[in-house]
Design a protein around this ligand. Structure first.
Ligand code: UDP
Length: 364
């Protein structure tokens, strides 16, 4: 049986891998070996996702976390290389745009192992973002590029990627939403525990380096969310990086209700019942749309351009002085109904393409 080595390491990747691993296992045609780099390693940033989403325990754990981008990526590569040399998988599968994606794609390519990239072709066209560098390199090194959206396909075409390498399959986060939303809907007690009512609070998340590592932008976001919280409760699951950077910058929330990072099911429960979501997360922008909640994205650009076009999302630069007013103005708005992320079967299509292409690699 052929072997696919899947490399993940950060929270959004655990959510993406869940439906794909399940679909790969259902084919009965390939063996998947799961390698966790350790990029996110806490119980609330990692373990809870494996438990809640039914992901098999990783076969290998590289235990790499912290440090700058170079140190982290380098340490991952150093630890990953002997694992892949020993395993000799027929293919490596990477997800999204983190340092784990970059390390996985680089090590595999140098060992001449074909790479497939899930969530290929997304671009912010802002190379100051570490994620943008990771995506561009991962796409260049992959021979199978799974694109979530039409915009991603166009971006790859614009970069001259051969059309036969690009597979428009839909978005695996939509698959995850379809599979887990009903379970999450049973989590009614969470809102009463937080003292908020359905459709009467704003859910916020902040973690992008461009916001957390720029004290002026971070201060502006904190002040805007505090202003909103004066009239409408704001719940914010606090990312560890944001917590560290706020402390260093001498910033603190008073009215905004922060909670430690929550598991996926609690997050879906919070998202689906919010009056509005304010975020700089990629995944959370999409999830707002899945649950028909208006979204304000606290960034200068987004990779999920279709949500802006459909009117479900709007971009607000955290450098602006009127962020709170824009959040208030977006309350109660709706966009156009559409289905830009496929039909909830992206993972099955990915599994089918992977098993077919891996079988083809069989020596004659
Ligand atoms: N998420 C979660 N708990 C939280 C915050 C986010 O489960 O406290 C989930 C969220 O529902 C989404 C994913 O994490 O599925 C998004 O990850 P993140 O915002 O860390 O990364 P990005 O999508 O920006 O790469």
């Amino acid at each position: 049986m052929k072997t696919i080595a899947t490399i993940v390491g950060a929270r959004p990747q655990f959510i993406k891998v869940a439906p794909v691993s399940k679909a790969l296992a259902a084919t009965g045609l390939v063996r998947e070996v799961l390698i966790h780099t350790g990029q996110h390693h806490d119980a609330d940033m990692s373990d809870i996702f494996f438990e809640e989403l039914g992901i098999a325990a990783p076969d290998h754990h590289l235990d790499v976390h912290g440090g700058g981008h170079g140190a982290m990526t380098g340490a991952m590569m150093q630890k990953l290389e002997p694992v892949l040399q020993e395993l000799r998988p027929d293919r490596v599968l990477v997800y999204g745009d983190t340092n784990s994606t970059l390390a996985g794609a680089l090590v595999a390519a140098k060992l001449h192992i074909p790479v497939a990239h899930v969530e290929a072709g997304l671009r912010s066209f802002n190379r100051a973002m570490p994620e943008e560098i990771n995506r561009i390199v991962a796409d260049q090194l992959s021979d199978i590029l799974f694109a979530s959206t039409r915009a991603a396909v166009e971006n790859l075409r614009g970069e001259g990627v051969a059309a036969e390498r690009v597979f428009p399959v839909g978005d695996v986060m939509y698959d995850a939403a379809m599979q887990f939303a009903a379970i999450a809907a049973q989590r009614g007690e969470l809102l009463s525990r937080l003292g908020v009512e359905p459709n009467r609070y704003v859910l916020a998340t902040i973690h992008r380096a461009e916001n957390t590592d720029d004290p002026a932008r971070l201060a502006n976001i904190v002040s805007a969310l505090e202003t909103v919280a004066a009239t409408l409760p704001v719940v914010l699951p606090l990312h560890p990086r944001t917590q560290t950077r706020m402390k260093a910058a001498g910033l603190a929330f008073e009215k905004v209700q922060t909670v430690p990072p929550v598991g996926y099911l609690d997050m879906v429960a919070l998202e689906s019942q919010a009056a509005l979501i304010a975020t700089d997360s990629g995944g959370v922008q999409k999830e707002a749309f899945f649950y028909h909640v208006p979204c304000v994205t606290l960034r200068d650009e987004t990779e999920w351009v279709e949500l802006i076009e459909l009117g479900w999302n709007r971009l607000v630069s955290p450098a602006r002085g009127d962020v709170a007013q824009i959040i208030r103005a977006a309350l109660g708005t709706r966009g156009v109904d559409a289905q830009p992320y496929g039909n909830g079967k992206a993972a099955e299509t990915i599994a089918e393409i992977l098993t077919r292409s891996t079988a083809r690699a069989e020596p004659a």
